[in-house]
Design a protein around this ligand. Sequence first.
Ligand SMILES: Cc1cc2nc3c(=O)[nH]c(=O)nc-3n(C[C@H](O)[C@H](O)[C@H](O)COP(=O)(O)O)c2cc1C
Length: 208
Amino acid sequence: METPVNILAIVGSYRKEGIIERAVDEILASARERGAVTRKITLLDKRLAFCTNCRSCTQVAGENYGVCILDDDMAALLQEIEGADCLVLASPMNAGTVTAIMKTFIERLVCTAYWPWGSPAPKARRPGKSKRAVLVASSAAPGILARLTGDVTKRLKSAATMLGAETVGTLFIGLAAQQQHQELSKGTIHKAHKLGHKLAAGSSTKLN
Ligand SMILES: Cc1cc2nc3c(=O)[nH]c(=O)nc-3n(C[C@H](O)[C@H](O)[C@H](O)COP(=O)(O)O)c2cc1C
């Protein structure tokens, strides 16, 4: 029997049941329909401290992610990420970029680089891309405007790259703040399902 594709979603929304969480749920449900195993982590439920820029996690060379001095949930989160074949990285656009909690998570990914003191820039410990990622973002502004003026997908894509994942699709939901409990449009649900099927199937053709 084939090993099922293992998909991990990391959600940076502040609202349970918000647009982002529901879009991610649609992606994961459709991936499960095609035999994938899925898990969703909401960053809000985790203890994640700010990176202190001590850089101790970047000093030792090698493929293993550096060890952080902070005792919180990041190490366990990285372990789950290592076990996943695919990632879904999701965040609303707040103040033009990812949410503060998603940014906190992304800053902690500095441990994926080797950057000893004296060296001008970090180097990826694992430059290859063995995983696949789908990005999910939402904004109050129309999607096209938000993508032009903000950098949420750029930040999520860069996080995917740091985690060794090739971005194979993006779901950007514009006009997402018109009502307190806004429904996902049919078009959004359709695209979410396509992305879920794609992750479960292991295809790497882009869908943007
Ligand atoms: C503090 C804050 C800042 C926001 N900044 C922006 C923004 O810069 N541009 C934008 O289009 N929407 C902005 N929004 C709207 C959110 O993107 C929108 O409510 C969110 O995508 C909905 O996702 P959720 O349902 O998962 O919470 C902001 C919302 C909040 C609360």
